[in-house]
Structure formats: structure tokens, C-alpha cells
Design a protein around this ligand. Structure first.
Ligand code: NAP
Length: 252
């Protein structure tokens, strides 16, 4: 979708079609941003997110971009299109992610590769493409979505925790690399958030899952989106290289 350059701040959210990414798109639309919504295969959901952004901020621009974040050519094409359509990029949210959970004995190497491709390589490719634009602007905010599992590990999630811990390392390294260019790089580490990824739980399952969470409830996509929007705001301009758990106290 072609858009015109304008004066609003611009955010690209990977995996903006559903869950935490969708809520993040809406949070930025509410804050007056133009919103570029990335998706992998679910174009209808991405269009619905874009429409919801438009309803929240009718003066803002939105566009959707189908691209597999693990595909270098697709990522380059997406960032070129965003730059051409919006005129720049102020904020990148690396949210796209998948799981292929299993005990290690049952984890196939190709499952490990698939998780690392999307959840780690995808973040690398998007940060690389965004940093090209942001370095020239001498301004940018990159917010990566890691996980409490990347900090603490979890049985049955060796692949996922490898990717999410890798995101933490990349966040800190790139913060050191880009700080002088006025670009901050931070991460959030959500706990247990109710989305398609975690599946539908009945009340009994939710109560059981909440037992190890000090705030005694599961997270909502909006709980995470608000913190991501904060990290992109002027109030967070002296924060970089940090990983902020947003987990109801789960990782304490
Ligand atoms: P979700 O509801 O399953 O949504 C995943 C999103 O990622 C969708 O928009 C999907 O696009 C997109 N996506 C998947 N693979 C992609 C690829 N290769 N290229 C581009 N987009 C891709 O997931 P979620 O729960 O909102 O999770 C969002 C992020 O938060 C992930 O990084 C996840 O690891 C992290 N996280 C989630 C939880 C949780 O409890 N839910 C906890 C900690 C961290 P399509 O709609 O096109 O498929």
C-alpha cells in the first residue's frame, strides 16, 4: 500500500497482525504514530490491525507489509518499501515470533532451525535494515520482544530460549554500537501472555497458570504493548541496552 511522507513519527511492528504485535500497533496509533504492520501469512488479520489503527488515529497513515522476517531479501524489500512509503522509520518493534516447543529428545534439528530463523535471525535482519535508515537520521528506537524464557529457561523450550536469550545479547551489543547515533535498543521480556501463541485456556487452567505469578493473573497483549510504547517515548530517551521483564513478577 503506497503512503505519502509526512510529519508523524513512524513505527514498523513485525508480526503486527495478531496478539502482542497487534496491541502494539494500536498503542502507537493511539500515540499519534503512522504504523507499518508486518505479517507473515495472515494478510486479513494485518489489514484488520491497520483498519483498527486508522479508527484510533484517522489522521495517521497505516500500511501492511507481508514479509517473512527470516528472509533477507524480503526484509530488505520491506524496509525499502516502508522508507519509500512513509519517508523514514523512527521505531522498529521486533515482535514476530514462533514456538516449536518440545523436550530436547523430541526436538528435530529443523524445528530448532525454524525457531532460531524467525525469532533470532529475523530480529538480526530487521535491526540491520532499520539501523541503516536510523543511522542516517541520527535517531531511532529499536524494541525487541524477548521472553522470560530467554532469561530463566523453561523445560521443553530449548530452541525458543536459545533464540530469546540471543535477542538479549543482540540488544545489548547493538545498544553499545548505536548509542552515539542517538539510537536506543531495548527489549521487553514478557511472561505468560494470552494470545494465539499460548492458546485458549479455560478458567481452571488460567488459575493454575497464575499461581506462580505474584500479580496472580496472566498478561494481556496490552500489558506488553504499553511498555513497548513507553520504551519508544521521550520519557525513555536515556534508557538503552536494557531488558525489561513485563511478567507480573514471574521472573523474580
Ligand atoms: P502470536 O499471537 O502467535 O502472533 C505471532 C505474530 O508473529 C503474528 O503476527 C505472525 O504473523 C507473526 N509472525 C510469525 N512468524 C513470522 C515471520 N517469519 N515473519 C513475520 N511475521 C511472523 O504471538 P504473540 O503471543 O503475540 O507473540 C509475539 C511475540 O511475543 C513473539 O516474539 C513471542 O515469542 C513473544 N512472547 C510471547 C509470549 C506469550 O506468552 N504470548 C511470552 C513471551 C514472549 P501471521 O499473523 O501472518 O502469522
Amino acid at each position: 500500500m503506497k503512503q505519502q511522507t509526512n510529519a508523524n513519527p513512524i513505527v514498523l511492528v513485525t508480526g503486527g497482525s495478531r496478539g502482542i504485535g497487534r496491541a502494539t500497533c494500536l498503542a502507537f496509533a493511539k500515540a499519534g504514530y503512522d504504523v507499518a504492520v508486518n505479517y507473515a501469512g495472515n494478510e486479513a488479520a494485518a489489514q484488520e490491525t491497520a483498519q483498527a489503527c486508522h479508527e484510533l488515529n484517522p489522521d495517521g497513515k497505516t500500511a501492511v507489509y507481508g514479509a517473512d522476517v527470516a528472509d533477507a531479501d524480503a526484509v530488505d524489500a520491506m524496509f525499502k518499501a516502508v522508507k519509500a512509503d512513509f519517508g523514514g522509520l523512527d521505531v522498529l518493534v521486533n515482535n514476530a515470533g514462533i514456538t516449536r516447543d518440545n523436550l530436547i529428545a523430541l526436538t528435530k534439528p529443523e524445528d530448532f532451525d525454524a525457531v532460531v530463523a524467525t525469532d533470532l535471525r529475523g530480529v538480526f535482519l530487521c535491526m540491520k535494515a532499520a539501523s541503516r535508515i536510523m543511522m542516517r537520521q541520527r535517531y531511532g528506537r529499536i524494541i525487541n520482544v524477548s521472553s522470560v524464557v530467554g532469561l530463566r529457561g523453561n523445560a521443553g523450550q530449548v530452541s525458543y530460549s536459545a533464540a530469546k536469550a540471543g535477542v538479549v545479547g543482540m540488544t545489548k551489543s547493538l545498544a553499545k554500537e548505536l548509542g552515539r547515533r542517538n539510537i536506543t535498543v531495548n527489549a521487553v521480556a514478557p511472561g505468560y501472555v494470552q494470545t494465539d501463541m499460548t492458546g485458549a485456556l479455560d478458567d481452571k487452567q488460567k488459575a493454575a497458570a497464575s499461581q506462580n505469578i505474584p500479580l496472580n493473573r496472566l498478561g494481556t497483549p496490552e500489558d506488553i504493548a504499553g511498555v513497548i510504547a513507553f520504551l519508544a517515548s521521550d520519557a525513555a530517551s536515556y534508557i538503552t541496552g536494557q531488558v525489561l521483564p513485563v511478567d507480573g513478577g514471574m521472573a523474580i
